[in-house]
Design a protein around this ligand. Structure first.
Ligand code: MN
Length: 450
């Protein structure tokens, strides 16, 4: 089938990018114009999806639909500067696209925006195009969008670090290195799973403060951690570094991340080398990657350092990062227990926090990671660490919200939770809002405890 279409315009120029973010822009895909959609035409996040029995394909979310990028390429709708990125989307993961860098991916995004906008060339061909190009998000399986070679988890919220430190070390909650060095540990890439994958309660060694010896069994303190995942775009060669001024060029985009944590295993095993089996049994990521281009209107400074705190060392300080290193995201955690599902009750929101409430920016974390010459690769995941604020109701895990189960939460149906029970579903959501911009969202990052 050939539609002999007029190819849409769109390149990587600042003007073309600005046009994709124009709040007046609407799509001929009706669901993209719903006021509460996470995926208006201003977003266009990348994903990988699979129809029944077919190979995985790269897509871009629009409203309730996904654009099949290879189908658009095959119909001659992507051309010129967008061609390299469109060809990279023939792969079954996003790694090849991530490796190309910001400008090729931007050219592809601007052409797709032109194709999908109301009043553009795509609308003229809507009747012939839509069946070949669009697939419902509800009719496909969404996959992990990239092959993740390495996953690193940071600890960038000073509020989380202080609250947790106080429980483990009441006299010495925040260790002296915290305000100098972005703290992180190497996580496990093999157990990163996509939203919707059930999470099995881990077994392990548990030893309470009054136990003479540890015992082995299912974790009694299973928790979630509300985090943001940054996906690495182009990497750096072993032995080279990434200056902070260039960090944005190495970040492909952001997703939501739930760093499931077994607190009893963690308390017993974490010294002296840090998290291990308490963390690596599962980490859930949301399937849609919101690009830095789509997040452009939501860049902002991260929270100011307190008076008396040290200034970042020179390699972690940059004017652009100081002014725009943060992302104005609102992040929420929702819980639905098995009993709530059976009773038809809606999920309840446990917390709402801001991604600007961090001590270190994603750029500072990326630059620090490569500062010793460690090579980052396309598709690597950098977790932000649990996003918690200073105020009540902004804490991004149960450990903090319930003070290690000492102050359990009472749910609307009378159930209580100190930590997670089997059958509990945890859903993370996130969205970006700013004056003069259309709200964009991240979709869901969900998992049920088995
Ligand atoms: Mn974590």
């Amino acid at each position: 089938m050939s539609a002999s279409p007029t190819p849409p315009a769109g390149d990587s120029s600042p003007e073309a990018l600005a046009a994709t973010l124009d709040p007046a822009r609407r799509s001929w895909v009706p669901s993209a114009n719903a006021p509460d959609t996470d995926f208006p035409i201003q977003n266009l996040p990348f994903c990988v999806f699979r129809r029944d029995g077919e190979a995985p394909r790269v897509g871009v979310a629009i409203g309730e639909e996904i654009v099949d990028v290879s189908a658009a390429l095959a119909r001659g709708l992507l051309h010129g500067e967008a061609l390299p990125a469109a060809e990279a989307c023939r792969e079954s993961t996003l790694n090849a696209l991530m490796a190309l860098g910001r400008l090729p991916a931007r050219a592809l995004r601007t052409q797709l925006s032109e194709l999908l906008r109301a009043g553009g060339p795509g609308e003229e061909l809507r009747a012939t195009l839509a069946p070949a190009l669009l697939v419902s998000q509800h009719a496909v399986e969404l996959l992990l969008p990239a092959t993740v070679g390495d996953y690193t988890d940071f600890y960038a919220s000073v509020h989380h670090a202080t609250n947790v430190g106080r429980m483990f070390r009441p006299d010495n909650p925040l260790l002296p290195n915290y305000k100098w060095v972005p703290i992180g540990y190497h996580g496990r890439a093999s157990s990163l799973v996509v939203s919707g994958t059930p999470v099995h309660r881990p077994e392990g060694q548990r030893k309470g403060p009054n136990d003479a010896e540890p015992s082995v069994g299912p974790s009694r303190s299973l928790d979630y951690e509300l985090e943001v995942a940054a996906w690495v775009g182009p990497g750096n060669a072993l032995g080279t570094t990434i200056p902070l001024a260039e960090a944005d060029a190495h970040l492909f985009g952001l997703s939501l991340l739930n760093d499931w944590s077994a607190r009893d295993l963690q308390a017993w095993e974490y010294q002296p080398l840090g998290p291990f089996l308490a963390k690596n049994f599962a980490s859930t990521v949301s399937p849609f990657i919101v690009t830095l281009d789509a997040l452009e209107p939501f860049r902002a400074p991260i929270a100011a350092r307190a008076d008396g705190d040290p200034a970042p060392l020179p390699y972690l300080d940059d004017g652009h990062d100081r002014a725009r290193g943060g992302f104005a995201l609102t992040l929420e955690v929702w819980l639905c227990t098995a009993r709530m599902r059976t009773g038809g009750e809606p999920a309840v929101r446990l917390s709402r926090g801001s991604f600007l409430d961090l001590y270190w920016s994603m750029g500072q974390m990326l630059t620090h990671h490569a500062s010793n010459g460690c090579n980052l690769r396309p598709g690597d995941v950098l977790g932000s660490g649990t996003v918690s604020g200073a105020k009540s109701g902004t804490q991004g895990c149960l450990l903090e919200l319930t003070k290690r189960a000492a102050e359990p939460i009472t749910l609307p149906n009378g159930e209580t939770r100190g930590f997670l029970q089997d059958g509990d579903e945890v859903v993370l959501t996130g969205y970006a809002e700013a004056p003069g911009a259309v709200r964009i969202g991240f979709g869901r990052c969900a998992g049920v405890v088995r």
